[in-house]
Design a protein around this ligand. Sequence first.
Ligand SMILES: [Zn+2]
Length: 164
Amino acid sequence: MARPKCARLVNEFPNTTFFKPRGIPLVELEEITLAFDEYEALRLADLEGLYQEDAASKMNISRPTFGRIIGSAHKKVADALINGKAIKIEGGVVTMAQKRTFECSDCEHSWEVPFGTGRPASCPKCESNNLHRVESERGLGRSGRGIGCRRRRGNTTALAKETK
Ligand SMILES: [Zn+2]
């Protein structure tokens, strides 16, 4: 079995998933499929104006991988605009970004922290450092294993190969 692709973290799914040029019947249209990770890359880099490095870490992927995804997305959108093709947004190996919940053992305050931001040092309410993680129902565990492919040393080579 082939090594599974790393799931890319996506924060928002599109409201509209199909675009077509006006006045051309669907049957005559060529259709381009933009994957959800490509859509998210466009949103982060082009709409929100993030640096590729930051956008890549939001999606839990390496910068070269992000560069490849956004390159592909730009090409598809340009092709659709210039050659009058329809765009359908679907598919791609993605996971919705999830939040981790922490709870303070002293004041029972609980709050959410997005993945990839590290464990909070102290309770935002009473500044106690007596905190514990409240497991999500999917039980991702402390290391966030469920989403896999967090950039670790062991993964870097594989990611670099993947981008060739
Ligand atoms: Zn507290």
